[in-house]
Design a protein around this ligand. Structure first.
Ligand code: MRU
Length: 352
């Protein structure tokens, strides 16, 4: 059973956006309807919608909302949309998909062939829907391209959530697993809990169980032990930004998983659409790493677990060096180092 069981992660309803509030999962499936771009920005900040491709889609739809809400002259519309774009782009710094989607929307805003306000508004709505639809398609292609890496009977370890909830639909790392399962392969998935916000425990297990896939949850610090026991044949994770040399930013805790995988001779694969590539950065050292509130570390789901007043460091992402990455699965194929001459030598836009 591999069909999607939950409503779509994010959807356009003509004059508003509907999204799954992921902070409420797995306890409640809450669908939020949002008509104001500022609320979309807040949803991204709060991780109600999260995952690199999904926040790009959300930002694009947010800009479409801002355009619909703006009346008056073309100059007023351009000003309003630019303000919305700036606010949405500043919500989270690490996933480059967000900036990529905003820039694509600004390309329509600046299109000289769209002179009248109505034409610009319509162009922005159409572009946001194209980004949404394309993300669905990219995920399917990532799954199809990566499925051959998975063998029947494999144990696959994943970190955070790179599934349908992190994209418009289907996922990146989980898309590879879904496609392998759809081909009839048996796959056992080991899911890191993913402290501090528990995307693995709350979201990845939920998605996998909905599809009837064999899943085992473990605390992040048990990943190396699962490898030592011989349970893990492959590691498969998503990405928030990939630099030109193949260094990969992903959820905090990914780098130690890659180190442990190398020690145990287990291939470490990354899956991502082209919108996650950042050709402007030569290496991972330049990727901006989001730091979030200390309270996410000093408390678990709102219950304090550390002494009041203790200092905490809460980086939301880390960078896995390219030398630990066996291959990168994308919508246009599977690439190996040196990435500058393989993955980044291709035209950036995905072609059907
Ligand atoms: O902070 P989050 O939940 O947005 O972090 C998400 C991740 O790190 C995912 O692994 C990444 O965005 C890839 S999602 C297809």
């Amino acid at each position: 059973m591999t069909s999607e069981r939950h409503p779509r992660t994010i959807e356009w309803l003509g004059d508003r956006v509907r999204l799954i509030d992921q902070t409420r999962l797995p306890h409640e499936l809450v669908l939020k309807e949002i008509a104001d771009y500022r609320e979309i920005a807040e949803s991204i900040r709060r991780l109600e919608v999260r995952g690199a491709p999904a926040i790009g889609v959300a930002a694009a739809l947010g800009i479409a909302l801002a355009a619909l809400a703006s009346g008056g002259s073309i100059d007023a519309l351009r000003g309003d949309v630019r303000r919305a774009a700036d606010e949405l782009a500043s919500t989270r710094p690490t996933a480059v998909n967000l900036r990529w989607a905003v820039d694509r929307m600004l390309g329509v805003l600046d299109d000289p062939s769209l002179g009248a306000p109505d034409a610009v508004r319509d162009g922005l709505v159409q572009e946001s829907l194209a980004i949404l639809e394309e993300d669905r398609e990219l995920s399917r292609r990532i799954g199809a391209n990566g499925a051959a890496l998975i063998d029947d009977g494999d144990g696959v370890l994943t970190h955070c959530n790179a599934g349908g909830l992190a994209t418009a639909e289907y996922g990146t790392a989980l898309a590879v697993i879904y496609a392998a399962v759809e081909q009839g392969k048996n796959v056992r998935v080991f899911v890191d809990e993913t402290r501090p916000l528990l995307q693995g425990a709350r979201l990845t297990t939920w998605e996998l169980m909905q599809r009837g896939i064999d899943v085992t949850l473990l605390v992040d610090s048990a990943a190396a032990s699962a490898m030592a026991r011989g349970w893990v044949d492959k590691v498969l994770v998503g990405a928030d930004r990939i630099a030109r040399n193949g260094d990969v930013a992903n959820k905090i805790g990914t780098y130690p998983v890659a180190l442990a995988a190398r020690e145990h001779g287990i291939p470490f694969y990354v899956a991502a659409p082209y919108s996650t590539l950042d050709p402007s950065l030569p290496g991972g050292g330049e990727i901006p790493i989001e730091e979030r509130a200390a309270e996410e570390v000093t408390a678990v789901q709102g219950v304090r677990t550390a002494p009041a007043g203790v200092r905490a460091w809460n980086p939301a992402f880390d960078v896995t060096p390219a030398r630990l990455v066996e291959a990168i699965v994308t919508d246009v194929g599977v690439f190996r180092a040196p990435y500058e001459n393989s993955l980044f030598a291709r035209p950036r836009a995905s072609k059907a």
